[in-house]
Each structure stands twice: as C-alpha cells, then as structure tokens.
Design a protein around this ligand. Structure first.
Ligand code: PLP
Length: 219
C-alpha cells in the first residue's frame, strides 16, 4: 500500500487496512473486526478522517470524562512534554510528586500512598502482589464473571467460563485441541459412529441449561 508520508492524510480505509495488517486488536477475532478510524476529537464528539461526527457516549473507556481536546489538558501535556517527557520509575519528578500528594488528599480514610501504574490490569496485578505480600496469603476473592483486565494474572480472577477472557481463551484452546485431534486421531466419522447419542458428552448449550436449572447464577 502506498502510504502518504505526510501525517494526517490517510483515509479511513487506509488507516483501518494498515492497522489490521500490522496491529492486533484486543478481545477480538482478528478476522472479524471492523474498527472505525478516528482522526480528531473535540468535546463529546469524535470525527473520522472524512469528517463524519460521532457522539462519544462513553468518554471512550470512561477515561476522557473531561471531554476531548480540553485546552487545559492540551496545555499541561504540551508544557510537560516540552520540559521532560520520560524518566524511568526509579527517578522522582515534579508531576509524580504532585500527583501522589493530590491522590493522598482525596483518598478515603488514612490511605495516603499510591503505586502509580499505566493502566487498570497493571493496577490489579500490583494490588494482588501487595495483598499477598502484606497478608502472606495466596487466595484472591473476585466476583464471578467480573472483568479485571487482559493481562494473564488479571484474567485468572474473572472466573466464569463465559466471561470475555475465558471464552476467548477457551475458544483458542478448543481450536488448538480440535487441530490436535484431527491431526493425531482417526477421522471423526469413524469415532462418532461408535458413540451413541446417549453416551455423548453434553453440548455447551445443554450444559449451560442444566446449570441454569440447578439454580446457579452468574453473579
Ligand atoms: C473493572 C476493571 N478492571 C480492570 C480493567 C482493565 O483496565 P485496562 O484496560 O486499563 O488494563 C478494566 C477495563 O475496562 C475494568 O473495567
């Protein structure tokens, strides 16, 4: 694909095609995704490269609550990026000092110290490590079929076989197992013919309906 060397000149189609070719999209069957290309955003609106306006009902992942393109945020980011963009975690910096103090000020009770992370899953993983180190215990309680992030440790918390994480994993496992079966075993027809319907393992839907009828609930 001939890509323009001037930033901001790609069409939606080009952005989506190139993104799909070279980047993975999380929680998605890669062949089935159809993302919307976004070029810019202002207030509650996102805009495609062709100028189509989209209302951002959810502040993305509840993470742009102040609205897109807020001048105060742009100025603060610009000033900080001009002065110092990055130091590794062993260094202290004024933004780190100020953010820690601000969070201590608004945290409930006598909580006055935070561990800064780059996202939710990393926060959950570090909370697990802190809780284990502090209590000396191993088990973590979490809500059944809850969501805690896409990293391996966070995914172990979410429990249910139909939660997003587990279903993606089990779908992958099923595909891998299916591929191994078809490679290692005799053709399916000869096996199925020896198995009466009464002795076959229950299908996924029969299993879940029997679970429902046994009164087990999802949360
Ligand atoms: C409750 C909860 N925990 C953890 C996460 C993971 O956060 P992140 O995607 O920043 O890793 C999310 C993300 O949606 C979440 O809603």
């Amino acid at each position: 694909m001939g890509i323009s060397t001037v930033p901001g000149q790609m069409t939606s189609e080009e952005i989506v095609a190139l993104s799909r070719e070279h980047t993975f999209f999380s929680w998605s069957a890669q062949g089935a995704i159809d993302p919307i290309a976004i070029d810019r955003a202002e207030g509650v609106y996102l805009y495609t490269p062709e100028g189509k306006r989209i209302l951002d009902f959810n502040s993305q992942l509840m993470s742009v609550n102040i609205g897109h393109g807020d001048r105060r945020v742009i100025d603060a980011i610009t000033a900080q990026a001009t002065k110092l963009q990055y130091v590794q975690p062993a260094f202290a910096s004024e933004p780190r000092a100020r953010l820690g103090a601000k969070l201590a000020e608004i945290l409930p009770g006598d909580l006055n110290k935070v561990f800064l992370t780059l996202g939710g899953a990393e926060a959950v993983e570090n909370a697990i490590k802190l809780a284990r180190a502090y209590t000396g215990r191993h088990k973590i309680l979490a809500r059944y079929r809850s969501y805690h992030g896409a990293t391996l440790g966070a995914m172990t918390l979410d429990g249910g076989p139909t939660s997003q994480a587990s279903s993606v994993l089990s779908a992958t496992r099923t595909r891998i197992a299916g591929a191994r079966r078809s490679r290692d075993r005799p053709p399916r027809a000869s096996r199925v013919s020896r198995m009466s319907s009464a002795t076959r393992a229950p299908t996924r839907s029969r299993r879940s309906s029997s679970r429902r009828s046994s009164g087990r609930t999802a949360s």
